[in-house]
Ligand binder design. Structure first.
Ligand code: ACO
Length: 376
C-alpha cells in the first residue's frame, strides 16, 4: 500500500483586519477581556467568497507541489461555510482551478473538516482509489455570525488554506489518525437559522442565533484533543519528546496550552496563530501548517501532530510524518482582488442586513435532541 505525502501547501488570508477595539465599537466587550480569555488580538474579514479564497489557496498549493490542475484526481472542500449548497463548493473551486478531471466533495465536520478531509483523502490514496488530492480548509463565518452576541462574535475569523497530497512509496504523510465525536455535547454549539430545519420561517440568510456553551466546549475540547493525541502517539509508538511540531486547532490560547500540557509537549513546539486570526474553524489547522512551513518550523522527516475539535463535537488527532521537502517547488502569482473597505465597514454592512424582522429568530424552532426529548 502506498502513502500520501503532503507535497504542496498554500494559504489565502483576506487582508481586512478586525481588531478587538473594532469589536468594542458595537459590543459590550474590551481588548482586555478578549485578550486575557482567548489570546486573540485580531481576526480577518473577507471581502470575497469562500470559493475565491479556496481557489487562491489551492492555486498556491498546486504551484508548491508542481502539480498541473488537469492532473488532480479529487478536490475536498472542508468547512461549514458554503457559498451555496447546490452546486457544492468543491465543484466551484474545481472549475476555477481548471481541475477538469477531478472528483469534487464537500466535507463538513465543522472545525475538524480540514483534518477529516486530510484523513479521508489519505485513505483514498493509500487504497489506490486516487493518486492525489487537493484538501481545503476554509471558513467565511463573518457572513453568518450573530454580530449582536458578544459570546461568539469576538471569537471567529475568515480564512483559507489548502494542501496537495500525492501517492508515494515512502512512509510519510498522515500515518496515524484518531477520529471521533463527543455526541453527548452535540447541543453545546448550534447555529440556528442555518439549514433546512428553518425553511418557511421567514429568515434572511445570515440572520442567525448561536447556542454556545463556551465553558462546556472548553473542557470537552481539552479532554478530547488530549486523549486523541495520547492515543495516536501510542498507536504509532511515538514519544511526546519525539514530536517536532504541534499544529492544533486554534479556538482559544488557553485550550491550546492545556492540550500541550496534557500531551507533555512544551509550547515552543506548538504553532499559535490565534492572536492574529482568531478561530477560523476548518481553516485554522491548514493556515497554521502553512505558516509553520513558511517560517521554517517543520523539519524534514519530523513528526507533526494535529489535534482538532469542532461542532458535533467532532474531534481528532492526526500524526503526520513529514517528508524530505519543506520548501515549495514553485510559486503561484494568484491573489485576491484588492479590498476597498475596512473590516469594520464590512461587518457593519452585515449587521445592518441582519435582524430585519426585529429578531424574529428568537421564536425559531429547530428540533434539537433535548427539545424533542422534553416534548415527549
Ligand atoms: N466581552 C466581555 N465579557 C464577556 C464576553 C465578551 N466578549 N463574553 C462573555 N463575557 C462575560 C460573560 O457574560 C461572563 O459574565 P458574568 O460573569 O457577569 O456572567 C464573563 O464574561 C465570564 O464568562 P465565561 O463564559 O465564564 O468566560 P470564560 O473564561 O469561560 O471564557 C470563552 C469564555 C472564551 C468562550 C471560553 O469558554 C472558550 O474559549 N470556550 C471554548 C470556545 C470554543 O471552543 N469555541 C469554538 C467552538 S468549537 C469550534 O471551534 C467550532
Amino acid at each position: 500500500m502506498s502513502y500520501a505525502a503532503i507535497t504542496g501547501w498554500g494559504a489565502c488570508m483576506p487582508p481586512a483586519v478586525l481588531s478587538n477595539d473594532d469589536l468594542s465599537t458595537f459590543l459590550d466587550t474590551s481588548d482586555e477581556w478578549i485578550t486575557t480569555r482567548t489570546g486573540m488580538k485580531e481576526r480577518r474579514v473577507s471581502h470575497v467568497s469562500a470559493i475565491e479564497m479556496s481557489t487562491v489557496a489551492s492555486q498556491r498549493a498546486l504551484a508548491c507541489a508542481g502539480l498541473d490542475p488537469a492532473d488532480v484526481d479529487l478536490v475536498i472542500y472542508g468547512g461549514t461555510s458554503n457559498d451555496e449548497l447546490c452546486p457544492n463548493s468543491s465543484s466551484g473551486v474545481q472549475l476555477a482551478l481548471g481541475a477538469t478531471n477531478a472528483a469534487a466533495m464537500d466535507l463538513n465536520t465543522a472545525c475538524t473538516s480540514f483534518c477529516y478531509g486530510l484523513a479521508t483523502a489519505t485513505a483514498m490514496i493509500r487504497t489506490g482509489m486516487i493518486r492525489n488530492a487537493v484538501v481545503i480548509g476554509v471558513e467565511l463565518i463573518s457572513r453568518y455570525m450573530d454580530w449582536s452576541n458578544r459570546n461568539v462574535a469576538v471569537l471567529f475569523g475568515d480564512g483559507a488554506a489548502a494542501v496537495v497530497l500525492q501517492a508515494t512509496e515512502a512512509e510519510e504523510g498522515v500515518v496515524g489518525s484518531v477520529l471521533g465525536c463527543d455526541v453527548e455535547a452535540r447541543e453545546t454549539l448550534r447555529v440556528r437559522g442555518f439549514g433546512c430545519a428553518y425553511a418557511g420561517q421567514g429568515i434572511t440568510f445570515g440572520d442567525t442565533l448561536w447556542d454556545f456553551d463556551g465553558q462546556v466546549i472548553f473542557k470537552r475540547a481539552v479532554r478530547a484533543m488530549s486523549e486523541a493525541s495520547t492515543r495516536v502517539l501510542a498507536e504509532r509508538g511515538v514519544k511526546a519528546d519525539d514530536v517536532g511540531l504541534v499544529v492544533p486547532h486554534q479556538a482559544n490560547l488557553r485550550i491550546i496550552e492545556s492540550v500541550a500540557q496534557h500531551a507533555g509537549i512544551p509550547m515552543e513546539k506548538v504553532i499559535v496563530t490565534v492572536q492574529k486570526y482568531g478561530n477560523m474553524s476548518a481553516a485554522t489547522v491548514p493556515v497554521a501548517l502553512v505558516e509553520a512551513l513558511e517560517t521554517g518550523r517543520v523539519q524534514p522527516g519530523s513528526w507533526v501532530l494535529m489535534p482538532a475539535f469542532g461542532g458535533g463535537l467532532t474531534y481528532c488527532s492526526l500524526l503526520v510524518k513529514w517528508g524530505t521537502r519543506v520548501t515549495p517547488l514553485g510559486k503561484s502569482d494568484a491573489a485576491l482582488p484588492p479590498c476597498e473597505k475596512t473590516a469594520l465597514e464590512m461587518v457593519n454592512v452585515i449587521r445592518a442586513g441582519q435582524d430585519p424582522h426585529g429578531r424574529s429568530l428568537k421564536g425559531l424552532m429547530a428540533p434539537t435532541l433535548v427539545e424533542a426529548r422534553l416534548a415527549k
